[in-house]
Design a protein around this ligand. Structure first.
Ligand SMILES: Nc1nc2c(ncn2[C@@H]2O[C@H](COP(=O)(O)OP(=O)(O)OP(=O)(O)O)[C@@H](O)[C@H]2O)c(=O)[nH]1
Length: 364
């Protein structure tokens, strides 16, 4: 018989680009001796989030690529993954499910509460909130308020992007939207105290408002695929050919307002800039992060673009037009437009600042 305590399963939720993967990576980096099992629920079939979660290899991570977990017909796929992760041989202490940015966390919580596997138990829901996009997210996605109401802990992320007054205003609004007593922790780049998740402090125990009955009642009438992500389209682009940095920056400069989220990796192949450029766009925010390719990794561009009212085929045509046949002949200066959105190393060893976008981009 397994004498181990059931492993808590924590749901990490939050709107597109709020910082869930960043929080998860921070937890993995500062987990000490704790063993974390990870379930990543990518929205697109290109598993960008799975690729972005650092240091997880082998059996401690599974990815539910290509779909929204809350739309699974039943929880059997999730149950199978939880069973795999909770196998005693993995000695996992806590499982974190990173919900896709468009998932309905209530449905996931319902599946976890209903899970009959004695090796796991529901361990609470953490809602990550983007401080800089707080009003825009609530306006676009009114469900956010409902998610906040069932959160056990709120991470107010990207506090570096708002001033003290704005932060205080958001905290006041959060206090009104969340259940009384819900802790709201501010974070810069997802740096929360892992103790909030890893020990078995009372907040991880399901509070009264999260009884199974409540959740069932709430899920009743949940019409699959009519919730948030049905109103959004996800477009995927993949290219073995390099992209011209100038044409790609031009594409980004002109991106429509409804194209809310872009993530993935870009291969420019320009001399001196042969790295893999991770791209992150959230609203008008844009960032590139050059990283070495992994050993044997094919040089590819892989992008997931999520928006509402966007013309997927038109976006694909525009991206195809960014392809570059001879990147090795390109002038390294053509990368300047991209490099303006790369973080500079911080002087004090802390975080880099926002890219300086005040100067005009170099022209062709
Ligand atoms: N300035 C700033 N940027 C942040 C912070 N946290 C995350 N980011 C950036 O925000 C972007 C999105 O972060 P992710 O962690 O990928 O967000 P996510 O919620 O996992 O995104 P989806 O999976 O698309 O829903 C990335 O460029 C991060 O580097 C923060 O505290 N401050």
């Amino acid at each position: 018989m397994n004498s181990r305590q059931p492993i808590p399963v924590v749901v990490l939720a939050g709107f597109l680009g709020s910082g869930k993967t960043t929080v998860l990576n921070h937890l993995l980096a500062s987990r000490g001796g704790t063993r974390i099992g990870v379930v990543v629920n990518d929205f697109g079939s290109i598993e960008i989030d799975a690729m972005s979660v650092a240091g997880q290899v082998g059996d401690s991570m599974v990815s539910l690529g290509g779909g929204c977990l809350c739309c699974a017909v039943d929880g059997s796929e999730l149950d199978a993954y939880l069973e795999k992760l909770s196998a005693p041989a993995h000695r996992i202490d806590v499982i974190v499910i990173e919900a896709s940015g468009l998932a309905e966390p209530q449905e996931m919580i319902r599946m976890l509460v209903a899970n009959e596997n004695p090796a796991v138990r529901y361990g609470g829901m953490v809602e990550v909130v983007d401080a800089a996009e707080f009003d825009a997210t609530r306006a676009r996605h009114p469900e956010t308020d409902r998610h906040l109401a069932v959160a056990d802990l709120v991470v107010l992320n990207k506090t570096d992007r708002v001033d003290a007054g704005e932060r205080a205003r958001i905290e006041k609004e959060l206090a009104a939207l969340c259940a009384p007593g819900t802790p709201v922790v501010g974070a810069d780049h997802g740096r929360i105290d892992p103790e909030l998740l890893f020990d078995r402090r009372p907040w991880t125990e399901t509070r009264g408002q999260l009884s199974f009955e409540d959740l069932l009642a709430e899920a009743g009438g949940h019409d699959r695929c009519t919730h948030a992500h049905a109103a959004y389209e996800s477009t995927e682009f993949s290219s073995e050919q390099a992209l011209s940095p100038r044409r790609f920056m031009d594409f980004l400069d002109r991106r429509p307002a409804g194209l809310y989220r872009i993530k993935g990796f870009v291969w420019f192949g320009v001399p001196g800039h042969e790295e893999r450029y991770e791209i992150q766009a959230v609203g008008r925010f844009l960032r590139f992060d050059p990283q070495p390719w992994r050993r044997g990794e094919p040089r590819l561009t892989q992008l997931v673009l999520i928006g509402s009212g966007t013309d997927g085929e038109g976006l694909l045509r525009e991206l195809e037009a960014c392809r570059e046949e001879a990147p090795q002949d390109a002038n390294p200066e053509s990368m300047w437009g991209v490099l303006r959105y790369v973080d500079r190393p911080a002087e004090d060893g802390g975080d880099a600042r926002e890219p300086d976008t005040s100067e005009a981009p170099p022209t062709d």
